[in-house]
Design a protein around this ligand. Structure first.
Ligand code: F6P
Length: 408
């Protein structure tokens, strides 16, 4: 590699996003990159001149191992939508001028479908202006809603955390001899992959959650209450996993019925929270039993103490594969994960045109949802189970996981 490399992270973080950063850094260095820069707070920070030389941060193999195990985005993140070139050409001119000043030849962006919009726009602008800079997307999102890839790094670890704590909450719910309903609110916006992962709690020593409510299925208040009532006739403690993004038939989010705030990000996404609370209030009012809502919130995407080894390894792998592909001449593409077999689980990487991925949300297919029983099917479970396998122990110091942190 003769020119320099730059890498950024964007969108919501995951427990393994830094493993992809480590994969980009290590592979670029191994291939002889002169400098590997990191943009702080993604493309937004880059525009403000927030750039670091990663070799000042990752000084040893131990640092690299710590980086892999550090949750959240080491470089910081942003939710910034690049304008269309026709609307604001200046912003592109500024970005490319800054890239030239740093002698950048390879640009990597680790993110979800909104972040891939940035790669799409920058690679299109490069093509339009005859720039030789190569732009590659590295997949990441706990939501697992990226098109063209079997799954996304970040999903497996969040799914493992959710399945584990769902088991623990189910056990806790059994202590009192009273009727109770516990609602677990899980992230994932408009795709129910992560909420469906609560079904993985079902095992030899656990019945699993009693109901799973996905955003792919419109929420019907009357039917929901009837179902909870029916289950409660058989068992006292009912545990329900609900996606933050469930909607009523008229398209309104269930959380909008409650007290959720109305803030919207640059991509027009509403902040979704409060769905569990709305349902718990509904249950308490209609059935008169104890009802509690637990919002997993950011815990589910930063629980690096229980990452899936499969996930963290694949996160590293996609970072490396992006560098390799760019080095071989690819641009305007994203690395994908391609499942080769379920048993034994085997997965490899591939590349895909960014235009088919940017801004597209991959939702749980209806044939993997058992709508009348408020559950996911065995096919869903077979798909998700390999992704939560094995562990990677944190590096513990004084009883706590050690992280690598970036001073601003
Ligand atoms: O992008 C992933 C995600 O974690 C979604 O599941 C969630 O709705 C959203 O981010 C929350 O975003 P923020 O942290 O910006 O509120």
């Amino acid at each position: 590699m003769s020119g320099n490399v730059i890498v950024g992270q964007s969108g919501g973080p995951t427990a393994v996003i830094n493993s992809s950063l480590a994969g980009v850094y290590k592979t670029a260095m191994d291939r002889g990159a002169n400098k590997v820069y990191g943009m702080q707070h993604g493309i937004q920070g880059f525009l403000n001149g927030q750039i670091v030389d990663l070799s000042d941060h990752i000084k040893s193999n131990l640092d690299l191992e710590l980086l892999k195990r550090t949750p959240s985005s080491y470089l910081g993140s942003c939710r910034y939508k690049l304008p269309e070139v026709s609307v604001n050409k200046e912003v592109y001119e500024t970005i490319f001028q800054k890239l030239h000043e740093l002698n950048i030849e390879y640009f990597f962006y680790i993110g979800g479908n909104d972040s891939m919009d940035t790669i799409k726009k920058l690679s299109e602008y490069a093509e339009m202006t005859g720039s030789h800079i190569r732009f590659m997307g590295v997949p990441k999102t706990i939501d697992n809603d990226l098109a063209a890839t079997d799954h996304t790094p970040g999903f497996g670890s969040a799914a493992k955390y959710i399945a584990s704590i769902t088991k623990e909450v189910i056990r806790d719910g059994l202590v009192y001899d009273i009727k109770s309903v516990t609602i677990l609110e899980i992230m994932g916006r408009n795709a129910g992959w992560l909420t469906g992962a609560a079904a993985l709690a079902k095992s030899e020593d656990c019945e699993g959650p009693d109901m799973i409510l996905l955003p792919e299925v419109p929420f019907d208040t009357k039917d929901f209450i009837q179902k909870v009532d029916e289950i409660q006739k058989r068992k006292k403690s009912v545990v329900i996993a609900v996606s933050e993004g469930v909607r009523l038939a008229d398209g309104r989010y269930v959380c909008e019925v409650g007290d959720a705030n109305g803030s919207v990000d640059a991509f027009g996404h509403k902040q979704l929270s409060g769905t569990g609370r709305v349902l718990a209030n509904l249950v308490a009012g209609e059935l008169g039993c104890k009802a509690r809502a637990i919002e997993f919130s950011t815990l589910q995407r930063c629980a690096s103490h229980i990452v899936s080894r499969t996930d963290i390894s694949e996160a590293f792998q996609v970072g490396g594969a992006a560098v390799k592909a760019a080095y071989e001449g690819e641009t305007g593409k994203m690395i994908t994960l391609k499942r080769v077999s379920d048993e034994p689980y085997q997965c490899t990487t591939d590349i895909y045109d960014i235009k088919a991925i940017a801004n597209v949300e991959k939702r749980v297919p209806m044939e993997w949802i058992d709508v009348p029983n408020y559950y996911v099917t065995q096919d869903f479970i077979n798909y998700a189970r390999p992704l939560i396998q094995a562990e990677l122990t944190p590096i513990m110091v004084e009883g706590l996981p050690r992280h690598l942190y970036c001073e601003e």
